[in-house]
Ligand binder design. Structure first.
Ligand SMILES: *[C@@H]1O[C@H](CO)[C@@H](O)[C@H](O)[C@H]1NC(C)=O
Ligand SMILES: *[C@@H]1O[C@H](CO)[C@@H](O)[C@H](O)[C@H]1NC(C)=O
Ligand SMILES: *[C@@H]1O[C@H](CO)[C@@H](O)[C@H](O)[C@H]1NC(C)=O
Ligand SMILES: *[C@@H]1O[C@H](CO)[C@@H](O)[C@H](O)[C@H]1NC(C)=O
Length: 396
């Protein structure tokens, strides 16, 4: 009763605010806030194809392709609650533009559950809870192999280069450990803001980890399996508020930058409405739980369901750890000192445990945060030279 009433009251409040204050999500947004990936690519002069990739377990994923030299395919993977858009919203100064201009064959993936991959052969994401029964584990086990094989088949190449931002690189460690035959299909993994261990998170990110079990319990009671989905009321409110003029202080400084690391120079106020129109994108509640367990339990392991279910699923009281020793693909770790979500101490742990780290870089610009890798205004200065040097050395 109360759970149903609250959203209704909020909705009423929003409509009231809108009519009184003239708040509105659509009219004076910049054009880039309204365009999807294909629209953005086209606007900035890139030819863009939309591919559908079906996973072994039936999810239908959207994969974007900006054709280039077929001998040099590069796969880009976004982080949690994000989508391919994140790599294109900077338009002329985006990573996708830079790679395409340099002649690479650019592929930009979308994980199951986000705005482009909310689709399944038999399950309906609006009705079937089973659709949302996944975390980064299934994304690594099914989405990545299907995406990689689709690209290799299309280009006729035996292997590709990969660039993963945040959880977009976590999934490669899981893939390399659980399906080791895929190590040979990756020429190099360029890990931007490496995320694996979350042992050394500082507040406020630390507080998110600690508060999650409580939030998770509430969501579970309310029967909510999808989080950050665009059609949900909370996200509609968030996007409405954070695309208004004057919302920078709250939405950027108190929220995004507080979590990611304070670096307002790289995220100017005029760009915020573009960001907040594309981000966040939906994922599963289970995805949040599994990720944050790594911080709570100081592990890098499969989902912990509690002793009883662990015994059924794993035949063991605790979930198995991912064996990083099996991740034999070449990995380059690019970290930032001011990253509020990927602590240098955790990246160092990862570096010590991965067997084939070919490069470890901390960006020279000390204010770089978790988001500058994808949204940074001047990434061409402090980031792209590293990416290109790695691709030239290892990516063929
Ligand atoms: C992107 O937007 C265009 C124009 O609205 C639409 O035709 C296209 O289907 C959209 N693509 C995706 C993947 O949503
Ligand atoms: C494509 O890249 C390869 C190197 O990987 C190069 O030898 C070839 O000349 C390139 N082809 C074109 C058309 O640029
Ligand atoms: C992007 O850059 C190109 C080349 O500098 C320029 O011609 C074009 O107008 C720019 N596009 C947009 C939409 O700003
Ligand atoms: C590879 O591509 C061919 C057509 O180009 C298609 O018939 C085949 O099913 C594809 N295989 C995979 C594994 O996607």
């Amino acid at each position: 009763m109360t759970l149903g009433l609250t959203p209704a009251l909020l909705l009423a409040a929003i409509f009231l605010c809108r009519s009184i204050l003239g708040l509105n999500y659509a009219p004076d947004l910049p054009e880039d806030a309204r365009l999807n990936f294909t629209g953005l690519a086209t606007k900035y002069g890139l030819p863009c194809e939309e591919h559908d990739v079906t996973t072994e377990d039936g999810y239908i994923l959207k994969l974007f392709h900006i054709p280039g030299n077929k001998t040099r395919p590069v796969l880009l993977m976004h982080g949690i609650i994000d989508s391919a858009d994140t790599l294109m919203i900077r338009g002329n100064t985006s990573m996708v533009m830079a790679l395409s201009t340099a002649g690479y064959d650019v592929w930009v993936g979308n994980k199951r559950g986000n705005r482009y991959s909310r689709k399944h052969r038999t399950l309906d994401p609006d009705i079937d809870k089973q659709f949302w029964d996944f975390s980064f584990h299934e994304i690594a086990l099914y989405d990545l192999p299907a995406t990689i094989d689709h690209i290799l088949n299309n280009t006729g190449q035996p292997s590709l280069s990969a660039i993963g931002h945040s959880q977009g690189n976590t999934i490669f460690y899981v893939l390399g450990s659980m399906r080791p035959e895929y190590n040979d299909k990756i020429k190099i993994l360029i890990a931007l803001a490496p995320v694996c261990y979350l042992h050394h998170l500082k507040p406020p990110s630390r507080h998110v980890v600690e508060a999650w079990p409580f939030v998770d319990e509430l969501l579970s009671l309310a029967g909510t399996e999808e989080v950050f989905g665009e059609q949900t009321l909370e996200i509609h409110i968030l996007k409405t508020v954070c695309t208004q003029k004057g919302s920078y202080e709250i939405c950027a400084k108190r929220f995004l930058l507080a979590l990611a690391g304070m670096d307002p120079e790289e995220l100017e106020p005029e760009f915020l409405p573009v960001v907040m129109s594309h981000y966040p994108s939906g994922t599963s509640r289970k995805g949040g739980t599994h990720l944050l367990q790594q911080g709570l339990k100081k592990s890098f392991a499969q989902m912990d369901y509690g002793v009883e279910k662990n015994l059924v699923v794993y035949n063991s009281v605790s979930p198995p750890s991912y064996d990083l020793g099996k991740v034999t693909m070449r990995a380059a770790l690019i970290a930032a000192a001011n990253d509020g979500m990927s602590a240098l101490a955790d990246v160092k742990l990862l570096r010590a445990r991965l067997p084939n780290v070919v490069e470890y870089q901390v960006l020279e610009r000390s204010r770089c945060n978790h988001l500058d890798y994808v949204w940074g205004r001047r990434m061409a200065k402090y980031l792209l030279p590293h990416v290109f040097s790695l691709l030239e050395r290892f990516g063929g």
